[in-house]
Design a binder for this molecule. Structure first.
Ligand SMILES: [Zn+2]
Length: 447
């Protein structure tokens, strides 16, 4: 039994913290929460003195791809305080093996939820084919059933899925108790909401707002990178407070569709790099102490990608950089506006995609969400309570309350005063087991 005594409790519910609290942990769960001055300590409990410190729920990254523990160490997530991840695209045998390894205790790591392969009804983009499964749209229900029977935690629809197919997939998934996540492309903007999608990934949802003359006749013929590049060509000229934006927000909000913008994925565009991209100290190869801990091929790719971005920024014209900056400002304004309009924002990173380091990139995502206009409390909820609700697991994790998993972060400074304090992690408790971030990282260095 563990007693964490005297911390300011930011319990994930959104409640304003009150006087110092005591949290009792037993058998992997929160057994009790009360005021520190009145809550008795159970005899024999290991006491963690948390006076003048801050306690939040463990963080959830709602968009990762963690296919192999050899390539992506689960310990890095825990060291960053990420106690749950949602894998939104990987082959079932890979993600199931990863989860089994962590659950067996052989490697410390986060709770892993997954969707299995990203479903494609059309030609799959070769770069991501390894994460996809192409299916016959006529057998949509059978495809969803097969994944549900295999024990997935949600369904991921990918770029070539059309509105009709999306609607059928959502209907079946919801009947099986599963949420649906979509990387949009052939199903535009609020069409995904109408189809019943529970969360739209990245900022592709804003593709619906492209001005005439920039419309894509057949978006499904572009690969995801081309699509990403296309957004940047006109997003800078968009009025983020226009009626069209308002209507898009309304469509998403009326359907209860959340937005997982994965801002870190957009933060390092030429022109944006170095300007306004949050604290990159944990994933910029020139600054991070993580580099020696990463598997060699991953470290090499990370270094190469960052170099590419720096070179592109140097070579870009001032006009191009200016356009990128305006587009980046608009992305932030659109995400903040969605939250202010009453939308649900989720925190995800898409790590280890495009040089985004596991775990630590979520801190940067939270900083960027605050820059977009969320309060630090809302940003913390986007990585705690909101993900749990979206996944139908609100009784399991995401908030600190009796009966929930004991997934806790002990911070040396107040993240509500400055969201960057989410990096000042002293201890991580994951399913009741206490970890010290530096030890986790040091352990990796030896292996
Ligand atoms: Zn992804």
């Amino acid at each position: 039994m563990i007693a964490v005594v005297g911390a300011t409790l930011i319990d994930g519910s959104g409640r304003v913290p009150g006087e110092p609290a005591t949290v009792i942990v037993d058998e992997g769960q929160v057994a009790g929460v009360g005021l520190a001055r009145t809550t008795p300590l159970p005899p024999g409990a290991t006491v963690i003195d948390a006076r003048d410190k801050f306690l939040t729920p463990g963080l959830v990254d709602m968009h990762v791809h963690v296919h192999s523990p050899d390539e992506w160490h689960p310990e890095i997530f825990l060291a960053a305080g990420v106690t749950t991840v949602l894998d939104l695209g990987g082959q079932l045998h890979d993600v199931a093996a990863y989860r089994a390894l962590v659950d067996s205790g052989a490697r410390p790591g986060p709770r892993i939820l997954f969707t299995g392969p990203m479903l494609e009804e059309g030609e799959t983009y070769p770069g991501f084919a390894g994460f996809c499964r192409r299916f016959d749209a006529a057998r949509t229900e059978a495809e969803v059933d097969a994944l549900a029977d295999a024990g997935v935690d949600g369904i991921k629809l990918y770029v070539t899925v059309r509105p009709d197919t999306a609607r059928r997939a959502c209907t079946r998934a919801h009947a099986r108790g599963l949420p649906v996540f979509m990387h949009q492309h052939a199903t535009w903007g609020a069409e995904a909401a109408l189809a019943g999608v529970d969360s739209v990934e990245h900022v592709n949802v804003f593709g619906q707002l492209a001005p005439e003359g920039f419309w894509l006749a057949e978006p499904a013929k572009l690969n995801p990178f081309e699509y990403g590049g296309w957004l940047w060509r006109w997003l800078g000229d968009l009025d983020p407070r226009s009626d069209a934006v308002r209507r898009l927000y309304d469509g998403l909000i009326a359907a209860g569709t959340a937005l997982d913008p994965t801002l870190v994925l957009y933060a390092a565009r030429p022109g944006a790099i170095g300007d306004d991209v949050g604290d990159t100290s944990m994933d910029d190869p020139a600054r991070t102490r993580l580099l020696p801990l990463l598997p060699a091929p991953v470290a090499k790719e990370l270094t190469a990608r960052w170099a590419e971005r720096r070179d592109a920024a140097v070579g870009a014209s001032e006009a191009a950089k200016h356009r990128m900056r305006r587009a980046w400002d608009n992305i932030l304004t659109l995400v903040g506006g969605f939250q202010r309009a009453g939308g649900v924002v989720l925190a995800g990173t898409d790590c280890p995609n495009v040089a985004i380091v596991s775990g630590f990139s979520l801190h940067r995502e939270l900083e960027l969400l605050v820059r977009a206009g969320l309060s630090p409390m809302e940003a913390i909820m986007a990585a705690t309570r909101r993900p749990a609700e979206r996944l139908g697991k609100r009784d399991v994790f995401g908030t600190i309350a009796p009966g929930r998993a004991a997934d806790l972060l002990l911070l040396a400074a107040d993240p509500l005063a400055d969201i960057r304090n989410i990096r000042r992690i002293e201890r991580v408790i994951a399913r009741g087991i206490v970890h010290e971030p530096d030890r986790l990282l040091a352990g990796l260095r030896k292996s």
